[in-house]
Design a protein around this ligand. Structure first.
Ligand SMILES: *Cc1c(COP(=O)(O)O)cnc(C)c1O
Length: 396
């Protein structure tokens, strides 16, 4: 045999050494397009669509399956599928469960790209999009139509943190056979149990707390038994899959999710409470503070709070003053996404279709990371000093 031919055979995967299995604690990262069949009979089964093993690289390789099973158990659902990002999980789940002629309802405070997909793309397939205010509760009944297929919720809302009365909505929806979906990224399944509240599909941007290290983009959707077959078929036909390395990293993130989340929670609450005493600040928007408008709902349904919250200023600062504040911070990175170990900040105005709670107000959103909370407060304090002197300049 020539060297070139020999080389092709080298490096075969082996999980046994001297007939002893090699068992690392972590699952191996399986990568592959082709997956070899043991024998002709298996290939023949696959040709007929009857093979029950993994037939191809898009057929959910073992590292992906390990993550899906871990998330399914964490969520307490019936079937989980992972996607290459959170927004991909949302888009595909909406595609999976809608058809031309359907009407769907979106909570007004959902993640911007979710609403954008519905308005710009889903509507082209003759799916009618309606919007409900976050406080809709049992009044959801007034928004339903004959052809309402599903209701999409996100609690707390992206950037504005409204908490919804999920059971009030799901009770009405269940009576009428309408699906309910929840983007549960903020609380994770550790702090909110969607299936206990009557939700049919629980969605996670795994990118955030589950991965936890700002180095992975992944999403997941977990469904109840009633919707499993439909979802499973959609996923297979679309041949969606996720990167094996990213699935591996998300599995690794899961191991420390609980301990990280506790730390994020404690630090964020400490900082939020302190911010409530700072004279420059108007509202601290954090569902676990008694001052939050739906604190009662949060307390009833959630088991904890995470590290993402926001605040508004009393004054309307100029762009320059705001830039001075933000640029003076040393510990807060400026950037999108959240749920990682590093503290981050964003600042923007959020206009809603029907429910602006803080219209025309700059909302400063903080992702409290795993740094020492005292250091983070000191950093913010320095930033506020910059704002104070800018405020004085304004009034001269
Ligand atoms: C970030 C985010 C998403 C999208 O997740 P990606 O993995 O970044 O695509 C969806 N929903 C919420 C609430 C998010 O914060």
């Amino acid at each position: 045999m020539k060297k070139t031919t020999e080389l092709i055979g080298f490096g075969d995967y082996c999980n046994e050494i001297n007939h002893r299995p090699v068992r690392t604690i972590n699952p191996p990262v399986y990568k592959g397009s082709t997956v070899l069949f043991q024998e002709y009979e298996d290939l023949a089964l696959a040709n007929r669509g009857q093979y029950d093993g993994v037939a191809y690289g898009t057929d959910r390789l073992p590292t992906q399956r390990a993550l899906e099973e871990a998330l399914r158990r964490l969520e307490g659902g019936h079937l989980t599928r992972v996607f290459q990002s959170g927004i991909n999980a949302i888009i595909n789940t909406l595609f999976a469960f809608t058809k031309a002629g359907d009407h769907i309802l979106l909570c007004d405070n959902i993640y911007g790209p979710t609403a954008r997909f519905c308005r710009k793309i889903l509507s082209r397939y003759n799916v009618e999009i309606g919007v409900v205010p976050p406080a809709v509760g049992g009044d959801i009944v007034e928004y339903l139509k004959e052809n309402t297929r599903l209701i999409f919720l996100e609690s707390p809302g992206s950037n504005t943190f409204e908490i919804q009365d999920i059971p009030a909505v799901t009770t009405v929806a269940r009576e009428r056979g309408i699906m309910t979906l929840l983007d549960n990224t903020w609380a994770t399944p550790l702090y909110l149990r969607p299936f206990d509240l009557g939700i049919d599909v629980s969605i996670q941007s795994v990118t955030k707390y589950i991965s936890g290290h700002s180095d992975v983009l992944l999403g997941s959707a977990t469904v109840t038994e009633a919707y499993s077959e439909e979802f499973k078929k959609f996923y297979r036909v679309m041949e969606i899959f996720a990167s094996p390395e990213d699935c591996y990293l998300a599995l690794r993130g899961l191991k420390t999710l609980e301990i990280r989340l506790r730390r994020h929670e404690r630090s964020a609450l400490q900082i939020a409470k302190w911010l409530e005493t700072v004279d420059l600040i108007d509202k601290v928007i954090h569902p676990a503070l008694p001052s939050h408008p739906e604190h009662r709902l949060w307390k009833r349904d959630f088991k904890g709070s995470s590290g993402l919250f926001a605040f508004t200023f009393r004054e309307d600062y100029s762009e320059e003053a705001l830039a001075g504040f933000v640029n003076s911070l040393e510990l807060f990175g400026l950037g999108y996404s959240w749920g990682g170990y590093k503290s981050l900040l964003t600042a923007a105005k959020y206009n809603r279709a029907c429910s602006a709670r803080y219209p025309e107000k700059i909302i400063v959103r903080l992702n409290i990371g795993l740094e020492d909370p005292g250091d983070l407060m000191e950093d913010l304090q320095k930033g506020f000093a910059v704002l104070r002197s800018a405020g004085k300049m304004n009034s001269i």
